[in-house]
Write a protein that binds this ligand. Structure first.
Ligand code: SF4
Ligand code: SF4
Length: 339
């Protein structure tokens, strides 16, 4: 609740309380259905593999600059594969934590997670594990189950599974997944997202209407049986009725997403391109969607208040920009990318 109130204050001042950064263009994996390397992810002119990116002190300084400018409450460091820049993260993560920020590193765990990260306050290491071992290992080699189990030793990770159609063709699959990962002592939470396609996409990953209904039903049961599944009922219910457009998505409106050159915006949300909101399965969007649909005192939904706050924030931001002469969303003054 404290986090929500602080974020609300930021929104009223014209800031977006969540900052998401693709900290590198590199990734040793080639996952089918990966949105980050999609041709339209950055709008079509350039792809993530083609943008310049930063290394070393320039990356650390660049991210600290962005944080100073955008004043987020929550920072999500994604990729590419963030562990490609583990040396920079070793320096950066304690500094971000010392600022009181909640930080999330989303990784495949393709290499060991540094032991020191386990004791950094407010840091969540989220490991993407897409299905049980036979399917996951095919999709996400070289970040196989064997490697992940070795590399998370001593951590308190969050398991993040993106549910694809391949996983729901067999009943009981999600339960087996929950059971396996619940038994791992290095796992503190389990999250399920649903695969989010682009508009018009037809792929093996995309869930059909009946799949989505079944997954929602199963997740509502599983959350009661496996306490490590930290997904409120309201969040899961948003999967049944996702936002219809980015304007309807609280998450996309409160998150500033940037690619590896630390200047290219990813719009309308971290997926980039033209995501199919009506088939969205993003856990962050669903989480904030559930907050927005919550009724204050049992009568009034929060999202209209939220929309008004965002409108107020825009006016305040314009005023602030006209006084300072600096565009908040302009490119960072960091030196040119070094790679
Ligand atoms: S690990 Fe992530 S960024 Fe790398 S290919 Fe897989 S989905 Fe894409
Ligand atoms: S997070 Fe989901 S609902 Fe929100 S803009 Fe992206 S695809 Fe649409």
């Amino acid at each position: 609740m404290n986090g929500i109130i602080r974020s609300w204050g930021k929104i009223l001042l014209g800031y977006q309380p969540s900052l998401s950064i693709e900290i590198t263009r590199e990734c040793p994996l080639r996952c089918p259905g990966c949105y980050a390397y999609g041709s339209e992810h950055l709008g079509g002119d350039v792809t993530l593999r083609e943008v310049s990116d930063f290394k070393g002190q320039a990356l650390i300084d660049g991210i600290l600059e962005l944080v100073a400018r955008h004043r987020p409450e929550h920072v999500s460091l994604v990729g590419g594969e963030p562990l490609v820049r583990f040396r920079e993260l070793d320096v950066l993560l304690p500094q971000l934590s010392a600022k009181g920020l909640h930080v999330q590193v989303v990784t495949s765990a393709v290499r060991p997670i540094p032991a020191a990260w386990a004791s950094i306050p407010r840091l969540s290491v989220v490991v993407s594990i897409d299905g049980l071992q036979p399917e996951h290992d095919v999709r996400r080699a070289p970040a196989t189950y064997d490697r992940i189990l070795k590399h998370i030793a001593g951590q308190r990770i969050v398991v993040h599974c993106t549910v694809t159609r391949q996983q729901v063709v067999r009943r009981g699959y999600l339960r087996e997944f929950a059971s396996f990962w619940s038994d791992q002592k290095d796992v503190r939470k389990i999250w399920y997202s649903l695969y989010t396609p682009q508009v018009g996409e037809e792929s093996d990953e995309k869930l059909r209407v009946e799949d989505r209904a079944r997954v929602v039903e199963e997740l509502l049961e599983l959350r009661e049986e496996y306490p490590k599944i930290e997904m409120p009922k309201g969040l899961i219910q948003v999967y049944a009725k996702p936002p219809q457009s980015p304007d309807d998505c609280v998450f996309s409106r409160v998150t500033h997403s940037l690619s590896a050159d630390l200047r290219t915006r990813i719009t309308p949300c971290q997926f980039g391109g033209t995501p199919d909101c009506a088939n969205c399965g993003c856990i962050a969007s669903a989480g904030l969607g559930a907050v927005g649909r919550h009724k204050l005192f049992g009568v009034m939904r929060i999202d209209p208040i939220f929309n008004t706050s965002i409108g107020v924030g825009r006016v305040v931001k314009r005023l602030r920009e006209s006084v300072s002469g600096v565009a908040l969303d302009g490119p960072t003054p960091t030196s040119e990318p070094s790679v």
